[in-house]
Design a protein around this ligand. Structure first.
Ligand code: SF4
Length: 187
């Protein structure tokens, strides 16, 4: 394992039910230049140091037994490709987790890169494309806008697995903190 890779993480939700199939750990990377108008997570845009972890440490600190998979979102994970690759590889090989990755980049553009093709080999579902606030997803599909495409890169899931039980999830932490996640916002 490559121990020199560090991921700058915005936040981690150990267990979410609306960021992909089943219960999932969700890792939000810090940093994005894609500038989608109406982005739900503008605080993840600056390329500033928030919390730096070795990929393995993310599991040590946040993994909860019983989860089905790992979802990586952001920010945009493809600004930290080496870390993304190691995180996905560890999810699949060390923990037997499925993997879902969100990106504002388009699949075809990423596929021109060797490391991205390797990342895809450890990705079950890639949801690509910029969020478009004029095309809000009206159904419970796990995407923000209808222009974003679901690429099933393995045979583990189909589209029906990406239908979520809700649009918004409020998670109450041990000290009463409330974390909001999902594909809409509470006003
Ligand atoms: S790619 Fe994601 S984090 Fe970046 S601006 Fe677009 S919606 Fe926001």
């Amino acid at each position: 394992m490559n121990h020199d890779v560090i991921i700058n993480v915005h936040s981690v939700i150990p267990v979410s039910r609306i960021n992909g199939p089943g219960k999932r750990m969700v890792v939000f990377f810090q940093g994005c230049r894609n500038k989608c108008a109406g982005c739900f997570n503008p605080e993840t845009h600056p390329f500033i140091r928030i919390a730096e972890y070795h990929p393995g440490t993310i599991f040590t600190k946040f993994y909860r037994p019983g989860i089905e998979g790992l979802t990586v979102s952001g920010g945009d994970p493809f600004y930290q490709r080496r870390g993304l690759l190691q995180l996905l590889r560890s999810a699949r090989e060390d923990y037997g987790l499925s993997t879902v990755v969100y990106t504002g980049f388009e699949y075809e553009m990423l596929a021109a890169s060797t490391i991205c093709r390797t990342i895809f080999s450890y990705t079950d579902v890639l949801i690509d494309g910029r969020f478009d606030e004029t095309k809000i997803e009206p159904t419970m599909l796990a995407r923000g806008s209808t222009n974003q495409r679901l690429h099933f890169l393995s045979n583990r899931y189909t589209e029906k697995d990406l239908v979520m039980p809700g649009k918004i999830e409020l998670i109450v932490g041990p000290e009463g903190t409330i974390t909001q996640t999902g594909f809409s916002k509470v006003a």
